[in-house]
Write a protein that binds this ligand. Structure first.
Ligand SMILES: NC(=O)c1ccc[n+]([C@@H]2O[C@H](COP(=O)([O-])OP(=O)(O)OC[C@H]3O[C@@H](n4cnc5c(N)ncnc54)[C@H](OP(=O)(O)O)[C@@H]3O)[C@@H](O)[C@H]2O)c1
Length: 300
């Protein structure tokens, strides 16, 4: 399914669209709490430009981030886009003026969010659009939401459909309605609560894109108590962040990384994790940190 390179190899999202397994999550480029503009706009633009220079061809974003700020930064930094750059966005929610994340899942609202993303990212079609599953609080049948995305794909406005924050039953339901190219749920070395879903995507050869791949910066300190991450990092002359990311790449062949950062130094460090090879002893120790379905807190 994958071919080797320094960015963790390539993975096919669809028959004609392949991405490096190490990508970039742009959410951290907004202001504090993913709300408002960044403190340093030039630094945010520099991170995006450096990502593309490093060979990253998959950037994860959303109109929710800022809101709108991150999509505007991406267009400013990178438009006109390199032809192989995949921009993945999300719909199904909005931010109110107090920074809350609220559902916006009516099919009409989903359509207008797709058009908003097209306009803000300055593209004619979106490579990958995740439907954020807001569960029962959405108040709209999940099948109707997926059906709306399927229609947008038929119209050529969306190239691939993904699901975010989804449960296994909704993954299966969505696949009975349309082709699902990718699933984005929380998963990392210290949080395996989506392990069953990951397994289902691996079996289905659907991409799995863990959000918070670094535990949103917590993996380091939380896992330190166990020493496994620190010892393996020392052994390879790598950082704990790099080991956490490399573990994900080793864990399942359909995992694609979108580590988030607002710093060029961290971006370079995280991208280099694509070339870090862990041995069987390393992966066994890291596998044992947490059981499937658990987080580190539950395991200790
Ligand atoms: N679908 C969803 O519901 C959902 C939810 C959350 C996120 N996401 C997506 O997932 C992406 C990744 O999530 P995330 O950015 O929240 O979490 P993350 O990648 O797990 O961690 C990001 C945090 O770790 C820090 N960090 C990054 N690289 C580091 C390094 N090498 N050493 C030490 N600290 C480092 C960052 O701070 P610095 O800025 O200082 O580097 C930031 O605080 C987001 O960009 C977004 O696209 C999706």
């Amino acid at each position: 399914m994958t071919t080797a390179n320094a960015l963790g190899g390539k993975f096919p999202l669809d028959a004609g669209l392949t991405v490096n397994r190490v990508g970039f999550g742009a959410m951290q480029l907004a202001g504090p709490g993913v709300f408002g503009p960044p403190a340093d706009r030039d630094r945010a633009l520099a991170v995006l430009r450096r990502a593309v220079e490093l060979g990253i061809d998959h950037i994860d974003t959303s109109d929710f981030y800022g809101p709108w700020v991150v999509n505007e930064l991406i267009a400013e930094a990178l438009h006109p886009y390199e032809s192989h750059l995949v921009l993945a966005t999300k719909i199904g929610a909005y931010r109110d003026d107090k920074a809350n994340w609220l559902p916006l899942n009516h099919p009409d609202a989903l359509r207008s969010q797709v058009h908003d993303n097209l306009r803000r990212l300055q593209v004619d079609a979106l490579d990958l659009v995740y439907l954020r599953d807001m569960g029962p609080q959405a108040g709209i049948a999940f099948a109707d939401q997926v059906g709306a995305l399927h229609e947008l794909k038929e119209q050529g406005l969306i190239r691939n459909i993904g699901l975010s924050n989804v449960e296994l039953d909704h993954f299966e339901e969505a696949r009975s309605i349309t082709t699902i190219a990718s699933v984005q749920n929380l998963f990392n070395v210290v949080n395996r609560t989506s392990a069953a879903l990951l397994h289902a995507t691996t079996e289905a050869e659907v991409a799995f894109v863990p959000f918070f791949p670094l535990g949103s910066g917590f993996a380091d300190s939380r896992a330190r108590g166990d020493d496994a991450l620190a010892a393996i990092a020392d052994k390879h002359g790598a950082t704990q962040a790099q080991v956490s990311l490399a573990w994900l790449l080793h864990h399942a062949c359909n995992i694609l990384l979108i580590p988030g950062t607002s710093s060029v130094a961290h971006l370079e460090e995280n991208t280099a994790a694509g070339a870090l090879v862990l041995d069987e002893d390393d992966t066994a120790k890291l596998d044992a940190l947490v059981a499937d379905g658990e987080t580190l807190e539950e395991a200790h």
